[in-house]
Every structure is written in structure tokens, then in C-alpha cells.
Design a protein around this ligand. Structure first.
Ligand SMILES: NC(=O)c1ccc[n+]([C@@H]2O[C@H](COP(=O)([O-])OP(=O)(O)OC[C@H]3O[C@@H](n4cnc5c(N)ncnc54)[C@H](OP(=O)(O)O)[C@@H]3O)[C@@H](O)[C@H]2O)c1
Length: 276
């Protein structure tokens, strides 16, 4: 398994995104993913599926310590007491003593960042999380969070796919020794998979468009990708990306789609994003 070393964390470069997965279906899919070889699960308090993710982990028979589990604290819970309660509830639901990575899901300007970052550090010091990080932090906020944190932040999870150039956030993460985790790594499928550069690379390598896009993520420095699927057969497809390589020309051609500048996850509570 290809892993990313980030400020003391060793993060499996391909994880399973679990947003929208629920109940038995989620538990079965998580268990199957671990059987296929996944060793990284991404959940969040907001996904309301932490019990199912924990069930899937236990059902798989894979040792707890062999799996990297990430959860996140929702942006309405960033006060010190709320963050603590959220992290404790997540552990209870997951049935775990500790997560590998605890993230702030989205920033919240109504709560002082120093209070949130101190609470995140306390969660780590008290053993609720092995590592801490953030999500949806543009470069300016990321720099503030890094400066405020006693323990190094290990990852910034952001929307990233060929239709969205995130080179500024990526450079900031690498400069700080952090991983950048790509969410919506497939841009949710659709039009992207019909792009000529993707289709041509798929033909040349004998791979599917999804595999080409995931390979593009993993061939970049310090990038982790967490694709989601609701289909068992696609778990193996999305995992079979470690035995081929895109050429530099293919990497560049796919990256040039970033000029599209398409952002999928943009809400009224989103921060002010980096310009392109
Ligand atoms: N931090 C945040 O704010 C944030 C925000 C959004 C997402 N996330 C995380 O990132 C994860 C992934 O993002 P996402 O779920 O939004 O989008 P995504 O992984 O880019 O796309 C998922 C979609 O692609 C389809 N798909 C998966 N593999 C495929 C393949 N090989 N060929 C064709 N279609 C395929 C899936 O359909 P099927 O189910 O039919 O396979 C699903 O509709 C989430 O599950 C979540 O864990 C985090």
C-alpha cells in the first residue's frame, strides 16, 4: 500500500469516502473494502454513519491498528466544549478508543480559531486522536491554523479533482509537511470521464476513466484520495491503480482541465477560497 508520510502520520494514499453510505449497506461496503485491501476510511460526525463504519471495520476481521480512520467535527461544534463532545461521541459511535485523524470539517469564523485549535490539540494530547488536521481551509486560514497549533497538523482535506486547480493549497500543505487529501476526487464521475485526455489515457493503459483520475491524484506529491462508491464491484476497480503510471504528458494534460475551475462543494458557510 502506497502511504504518505505527513508530519509523523503515515496515511494510506487511497481511502474510502463514506459520505451518503448508511446502515447495513455502509457496514457491508466498508467490510468489503477492507477485504479488497483498503486501509483508510473517511467518515464524519455529519455523515451519521460512524456506527456503521465501526461495524464494518470489526466485521472485516482486519486488525484495528492496520486501518487509518478519519472523522471530522462539524463547523457548528468548534467551541472548546462542543468539539470535545463531538470527538467523544464520534469515538463512542465508531466503537473505537481513538481515531487516527480528527479534522475540523469546515472553518467557522464565529468561533475564534485559537479556541478551536487548542481544543483539537487537547483531543490529541488526551488520546482521542493520534493526529489532527483541518478540512476546507484555504491557504490564509491554513497558515493561521498551523501557527496556532502545538502539534503539527497532518492533513488538509479539500475538494480536488482535474476540474479544480488546487495548486496553491497543495503547495502550502507540502511546505508545512502536510498531506493534501482530495475529496470529490472523481468530481462525482459524469462529464469528467468523457474528457478526451481521460478517455485516451484509459484506452492506452487499458484502464477505466475512474482509474485514470485516481492515478492522477496519487502520482502527485503528498496527495491522498478518498473516492466513494456505493457499488461493491467498484471498490476493486478504484483500488487497482498501483500497477501502472501515467506519463508526464498525460499528467499535464489532465491537470490542464483545472482551468474549468468547477467547485462542487460550495455553501453559504464556505470560507473565501483561494483565487486561481
Ligand atoms: N471534507 C469535506 O467537506 C467533504 C466534502 C465532500 C466529500 N468528502 C469526502 O470525500 C468522499 C468522496 O467525495 P464524493 O463522495 O463527494 O465524490 P467522488 O468520490 O468524487 O464521487 C463519487 C461518485 O462517483 C461514482 N463513482 C465512484 N467510482 C466510480 C468509478 N470507478 N466509475 C464511475 N463512477 C464512479 C459514485 O457512484 P457509485 O456509487 O454509483 O459508484 C459516486 O456517485 C466523500 O464520500 C467524503 O468521505 C468530504
Amino acid at each position: 500500500m502506497h502511504t504518505i508520510d505527513a508530519n509523523g502520520a503515515r496515511i494510506p494514499a487511497l481511502g474510502l469516502g463514506t459520505w451518503t453510505l448508511e446502515g447495513e449497506g455502509c457496514a457491508n461496503l466498508v467490510a468489503h473494502a477492507l477485504e479488497v485491501g483498503y486501509r483508510h476510511l473517511d467518515t464524519a460526525a455529519m455523515y451519521a454513519n460512524e456506527e456503521a463504519v465501526g461495524d464494518g471495520l470489526r466485521r472485516s476481521g482486519v486488525a484495528r491498528d492496520d486501518v487509518f480512520v478519519t472523522t471530522k467535527v462539524w463547523w457548528t461544534d468548534l467551541g472548546a466544549d462542543d468539539l470535545r463532545r463531538s470527538a467523544e461521541t464520534s469515538l463512542e459511535k465508531l466503537g473505537l478508543d481513538q481515531v487516527d485523524l480528527l479534522l475540523i470539517h469546515w472553518p467557522n469564523p464565529a468561533v475564534p480559531l485559537d479556541e478551536t485549535i487548542a481544543a483539537l490539540n487537547n483531543a490529541r494530547t488526551d488520546g482521542l486522536a493520534r493526529h489532527i488536521g483541518v478540512s476546507n481551509f484555504p491557504t490564509k486560514l491554513l497558515a493561521e491554523a498551523i501557527a496556532l497549533s502545538d502539534a503539527p497538523l497532518v492533513a488538509n482535506q479539500v475538494e480536488h479533482h482535474p476540474y479544480l486547480d488546487q495548486s496553491k493549497v497543495h503547495a502550502a500543505c507540502r511546505e508545512a509537511g502536510m498531506a493534501m487529501t482530495s475529496y470529490c476526487p472523481l468530481a462525482r464521475g459524469g462529464d469528467l470521464f468523457a474528457e478526451r485526455v481521460i478517455v485516451e489515457a484509459a484506452g492506452k493503459h487499458g484502464r477505466t476513466p475512474g482509474q485514470i483520475v485516481l492515478r492522477w491524484h496519487l502520482q502527485q506529491d503528498g496527495i491522498v484520495a478518498i473516492p466513494r462508491t456505493t457499488k461493491r464491484e467498484r471498490l476493486a476497480e478504484n483500488f487497482a491503480i498501483f500497477d501502472f503510471a501515467l506519463t508526464d504528458a498525460e499528467m499535464q494534460a489532465i491537470s490542464s482541465l483545472g482551468a474549468t475551475n468547477m467547485r462542487i462543494c460550495d455553501y453559504d458557510f464556505s470560507p473565501s477560497w483561494d483565487s486561481h
